[in-house]
Design a protein around this ligand. Structure first.
Ligand code: CA
Ligand code: CA
Ligand code: CA
Ligand code: CA
Length: 201
């Protein structure tokens, strides 16, 4: 690991001795430093946290995952871990407990503040069940009946509310703008996309 202020730091070897199958980066403990969560296969789900006695691996769960994401969805300053556990559905950690958010296994998951109210929301691509948003830690709403090959959160119009970019095969590339309207961006699907400021403002 390389840090801004201290250069390279050797981190403890992950438990289990196998490469991680899924990774997520985010601030789990609210100390303003990003923490790493890794699915270490048979060894389970672990977090690499910076603690007073150094950087340590802490075991979070034993269930295998197919996708991970960290986002502070309830706004308490601590990142919530969202884990896709395949046939067991999507689970979220909060207040030291796990809650099941959905019984399905999403193809893609993303976080963003789609209505611009300051609370992060989650987007799920549930395959044949379409694209769903979990708004402000409460309400499910379906924004499309079609699945996507790529799902990306980006504030395309810079108004402070995130937009959801979807690449949808023959339907091309579409954006759900500000949790209100669809915009057809291109007739062709995109295979890769990154979010950023083109004009460096
Ligand atoms: Ca942290
Ligand atoms: Ca939180
Ligand atoms: Ca929101
Ligand atoms: Ca926007």
């Amino acid at each position: 690991m390389r840090k801004h202020n201290t250069g390279w730091e050797v981190i403890p070897a992950p438990p289990g001795g196998v490469p991680p199958t899924n990774l997520a980066l985010g601030d789990l403990d609210g100390d303003q430093q990003a923490d790493l969560v890794a699915d270490l296969g048979p060894a389970g789900l672990w977090a690499l946290l910076h603690q007073l006695n150094g950087t340590v691996w802490v075991k979070l769960h034993s269930a295998p995952t197919q996708g991970l994401l960290i986002a502070d969805i309830d706004g308490d300053g601590l990142g919530n871990l969202v884990a896709n556990r395949g046939a067991d559905g999507v689970w979220i950690s909060r207040d030291q407990r796990w809650e099941r958010l959905h019984p399905g296994s999403p193809k893609h998951m993303a976080a963003g503040d789609f209505d611009g109210n300051g609370r992060l929301d989650l987007a799920f691509d549930l395959g044949g069940d379409g694209i769903w948003l979990w708004m402000n830690d409460r309400v499910w709403s379906r924004v499309d009946t079609m699945s996507a090959d790529l799902l990306l959160t980006v504030d395309l119009d810079g108004n402070g509310a995130d937009d959801l970019l979807l690449s949808q095969g023959a339907a091309g590339t579409n954006v759900w703008m500000n949790n209100q309207t669809w915009r057809h961006l291109h007739d062709r699907p995109v295979r890769h996309a990154v979010a950023g400021h083109r004009d460096e403002q």
